[in-house]
Design a protein around this ligand. Structure first.
Ligand SMILES: Cc1cc2nc3c(=O)[nH]c(=O)nc-3n(C[C@H](O)[C@H](O)[C@H](O)COP(=O)(O)OP(=O)(O)OC[C@H]3O[C@@H](n4cnc5c(N)ncnc54)[C@H](O)[C@@H]3O)c2cc1C
Length: 298
């Protein structure tokens, strides 16, 4: 039987280290446990919230009502070599870093963009996570062959498989599979090797470390780059570098990151994001959209 914990602080399960408690929290390790937890919530008439690696979410200070299902233990990887391709079958809670290890083992260029992405495979699909550098590939959608979504139908479930071509892969968003939760993914990439890949990954990591505040709690970029603009540059040009509300600060190193100086609340962080958004709009006329997903009781 899956263990369901009551009144659990969620901040430690987020990269921002921010947010209140879940009324109930569980960590399924396989599809049967996930279904069991979901049915339990249904019987108690509780809402259900899914969380991957927690690297792109801002959880309310009041926490999340109902059952939060964390997918961080919902992990497995199987690698198949087929003709000129590597196929990776995984559960959606598999950390991207586990997939990175496979690409590095086979010396595949896809390692380069994955090295910059924290979180899980499912979160990578939902957000169509990617990097701004001109790498090939550079977005999650480019390595996804298909994935399976679990949906609840009254007291039962259905599993629906989506092929890459059936989905609408947009900048930092994948549409066309909702509702439900992504449970499994099949990733595919050509097995053309790049013997220099490890060197390139190390160089890209050094470059990222020099430009991003990776030593501080954050969720990466908080705004999507508006067409024709870089959000970080817009924010910096408006004199917002180092702006603070409470202990939430526009990073001194990368203006599209908001860092938690220690005791930032979700409300501080959100208020700072809104201040940045409105100041940039007033000064430049560019309306920035948030990349971060707000969860819980706001
Ligand atoms: C230091 C740092 C650097 C970053 N750099 C980048 C970057 O360069 N590019 C980039 O794109 N992102 C970046 N991010 C943001 C983040 O890592 C990605 O968006 C990541 O893909 C989110 O995955 P996650 O598993 O953490 O998702 P979460 O944050 O847990 O969830 C994100 C959303 O997806 C939903 N979700 C998660 N898993 C599932 C699932 N299996 N089924 C259905 N819904 C689900 C959640 O409910 C939530 O709405 C960065 C974050 C950090 C902390």
């Amino acid at each position: 039987m899956i263990e369901i914990k009551e009144n659990v602080k969620l901040a430690p399960y987020t990269s921002w280290l921010i947010g209140g408690s879940a009324d109930y929290l569980c960590f399924p390790t396989n599809v049967d446990e996930l279904k069991e937890a979901w049915l339990w919530a249904l019987k108690q008439k509780l809402s259900v919230t899914f969380m991957g690696g927690g690297t792109n979410v801002l959880i309310a200070d009041k926490g999340i009502r109902g059952l939060t299902i964390s997918l961080r233990k919902f992990s497995s990887v199987q690698v198949l070599e087929e003709k000129n391709e590597i196929h990776i079958h995984c559960l959606s809670g598999t950390a991207k870093s586990e997939i990175l290890k496979v690409f590095l083992k086979y010396q595949l260029p896809a390692a380069l963009f994955l090295a910059g992405l924290p979180g899980d495979v499912g979160g990578g699909i939902v957000m169509n996570a990617g990097v701004s550098e001109p790498f090939v590939p550079k977005e999650f959608g480019e390595i996804v062959h298909s994935f399976t979504v679990l949906r609840r139908l009254d007291n039962s479930f259905e599993e629906v498989e989506f092929q890459h071509s059936e989905l609408n892969w947009q900048y930092r968003h994948c549409n066309g599979w909702q509702p439900g939760v992504i449970i499994k993914a099949k990733l595919k990439y050509s097995s053309n090797k790049d013997s220099e890949i490890l060197k390139k990954v190390k160089e890209a990591n050094r470059n990222r470390l020099s430009k991003q505040p990776l030593d501080m709690p954050s969720c990466g970029s908080v705004f999507i780059n508006p067409p024709g603009h870089r959000a970080a540059q817009l924010i910096q040009s408006c004199g917002l570098k180092g702006q603070r509300i409470g202990e939430a600060e526009v990073s001194q190193k990368h203006c599209n990151f908001i860092v938690n100086l220690g005791q930032a609340t979700a409300q501080d962080t959100w208020d700072l994001m809104m201040k940045v958004q409105s100041t940039v709009f007033q000064q430049t006329g560019v309306q920035m959209q948030t990349e971060v997903v707000r969860l819980g009781d706001w």
